[in-house]
Design a protein around this ligand. Sequence first.
Ligand code: AMP
Ligand code: GLY
Length: 419
Amino acid sequence: MNVLVIGSGGREHALIYKLKQSPLVQKIYCAPGNAGIAQMAELVNLAPTEVEKLRSFALKKSIDLIVVGPEVPLMEGIVDVFEEAGLTIFGPSKGAALLEGSKVFAKNLMKRCHVPTAEFEVFSRLEDAIAYVKRCQRPLVVKADGLAQGKGVVIAHSSEEAAEALESLMEEKVFGSAGEKVVVEELLQGVEASVFSLCNGTDAVILGSAMDYKRAFDGDQGPNTGGMGSISPHPLLTREMQQGILETIIKPVLRGLMEEGVSYSGVLYAGIMLTEDRPKVLEFNVRFGDPETQAMMPLLDSDLAQLLIATCTGNLHNVPVQWKNAKSVCVVAASKGYPGHYEVGYPINGLNNIQDAFIFHAGTKFDQEGNVLTSGGRVLSVVATGKSYEEARQKAYKEMEKISFPGMFYRKDIAFGFD
Ligand code: AMP
Ligand code: GLY
């Protein structure tokens, strides 16, 4: 099988590492990839949004399976375009990708399907939204309806903070049309979990789970980021809880979509808050998580290529999802200043000294002499596995200490407190 993976992050590197183990897979291409992926796959110099060119490439190279990493091409309808050309592509259609692309769509669907989520209201007029938050007088969460590079969610502890967030979204339009509508919702308390299911139509199976460390600094301080580390499986999610999430959250949402004539195919990532009451949905993403995927792939025993093909062809129950009985810890190294402004182009040292961990590259590239340079905010992740979180954590940090680049920082508390 020839496979094309679209994307350039640590998530895509981890997926390719796992796909490469499959006896079904002969050749892997990645568009556009990074310096780490270049060691496992042939890079294709096309951006994930160059849909027409990617399709021509896939047809020319007789690609048997296309795997889409990031959300933007999914929302732009890459799956619809590729399927029209008779290609097998893993991911949801444009209509189904609205689950991530529009929070209003996702919240209304959950309400209709009685899926547990934070109580919410939707507004399209600033005055109405402000009047509402003033009336509420309690902490609230303000969310832009559309995609806002992960920055469209504000936890507002007072009605003044909520009003400020609403003004920047709806009046100053800091995220453009993404803020034309807003969701204002109840603040949920608890531990967050990322739960991944493979879905086809109304059928779904749990793939796995992880805990994501979203804040930039130790002790969950600093701004939200794309993710500074992860551990897998999620330490608080039992098998029964995962099955509960499958039956009370994932399947009802898939049925709700189907009632609207939309069939979901691909991985569905549910961001869940484990509240005292029960697990409630924070958000849906229509793709694999980053950096959750980096922690998960080294533990997956099943053949990933087989699982993805089974998802695309509606044979989910023919391929069992099997995991190693171990724990995994992923620590992300980032460039100073991330998630704000940062500088790139620095040499990365120590990559050849790693013995006991996986290095998944994100923002890296080669210079003309073949040195690996930084080229992004999140630069790479170090992933280690062990019998316990503690063992995996110690290995990951020991290996991370061998790596350095100017301005490098990483959280020191990933997996802390779990043994
Ligand atoms: P979202 O993009 O909707 O997942 O929001 C990003 C992050 O904001 C989540 O991962 C949570 O950490 C936080 N968040 C979102 N909604 C809520 C909520 N209702 N209560 C508490 N935290 C939330
Ligand atoms: N780890 C968060 C995300 O992938 O959106």
